[in-house]
Write a protein that binds this ligand. Structure first.
Ligand code: CTP
Ligand code: CA
Length: 225
């Protein structure tokens, strides 16, 4: 059976998966987040375990609960997620950054509920840490997979992110395409490495994409790609 042949491909490997959207607090009762459902990252965590890996899942805000039987940690902000990933970074073999990390956070988090004042209000935002970029800068033996959520010029933006963040593979998806993106059970992705397109996947379940993606990564990590 095809799936059985693949089942041991990540045996002995430690895999960290990030999933879901981060939450950036404005005050104790308000926050900024995004539409990430967490489904893609959860599917990757499950597939990695099926392929024999020791999996650690770090997740932000998600629609459903994380899959049972996988070691997982809930985090809120981009900074929390970064700290959680760093704890595992040195001794892991593969990191898959499927999380939708907020690009900006409030410059200040108010310690008590903000009161309504004038007719307009301005919230100052500052850039969050780019977790993937930081990992790319300190990468040694680790295999790094990033995601790129795009609405146009998918290939060009994805390749730019791959290079800028020093990833081994990047998974690009056109989040506006039918059957793709946040919240859906299916996705349409293209996988790129530094040389170009590795695989164009037709519309498939997130579970099937996860298995195909990890097979590509495992073959490369095992020196057969
Ligand atoms: N990412 C991250 N930390 C951030 C922002 C993004 O680790 N602060 C990671 C995501 O988890 C994903 C990849 O970087 O694996 C690309 O995320 P994406 O939002 O598509 O790209 P950005 O670099 O944030 O650029 P933009 O949103 O402007 O397209
Ligand atoms: Ca972004």
């Amino acid at each position: 059976e095809k799936e059985q042949v693949k089942s041991g491909l990540l045996k002995g490997r430690k895999v960290v998966v990030t999933s879901g959207g981060t939450i950036e607090r404005i005050d104790p009762v308000r926050y900024i987040t995004n539409d990430s459902s967490g489904k893609m990252g959860f599917a990757i965590a499950k597939a990695a375990r099926e392929m024999g890996a020791e999996v650690y899942l770090i997740h932000g805000h998600t629609d459903a609960a994380p899959p049972a039987g996988i070691a997982s940690e809930a985090v809120q902000s981009a900074d929390d997620m970064y700290q959680a990933v760093l704890k595992h970074w040195q001794d892991c073999d593969l990191v898959v950054k499927a999380a939708a990390v907020a690009d900006y956070r409030p410059a200040k988090t108010a310690s008590s509920k903000m009161k309504k004042k004038g007719d307009t209000m301005t919230l100052e935002l500052v850039k969050t840490v780019d977790i993937l970029e930081q990992l790319g800068k300190t990468k040694a033996h680790q295999f790094l997979i990033g995601f790129a959520a795009e609405t146009h010029d998918v290939e060009a933006y994805a390749k730019d992110k791959l290079v800028r963040k020093n990833c081994d593979l990047i998974v690009a998806n056109d989040v506006t395409a039918e059957g793709a993106g946040f919240g859906t059970d299916t996705n349409i992705v293209q996988v790129f490495d530094a040389k170009g397109l590795v695989e164009q996947m037709p519309v498939m379940s997130k579970e099937e994409i996860a298995r195909r993606l990890l097979s590509i990564a495992a073959e490369r990590m095992n020196g057969a790609g």
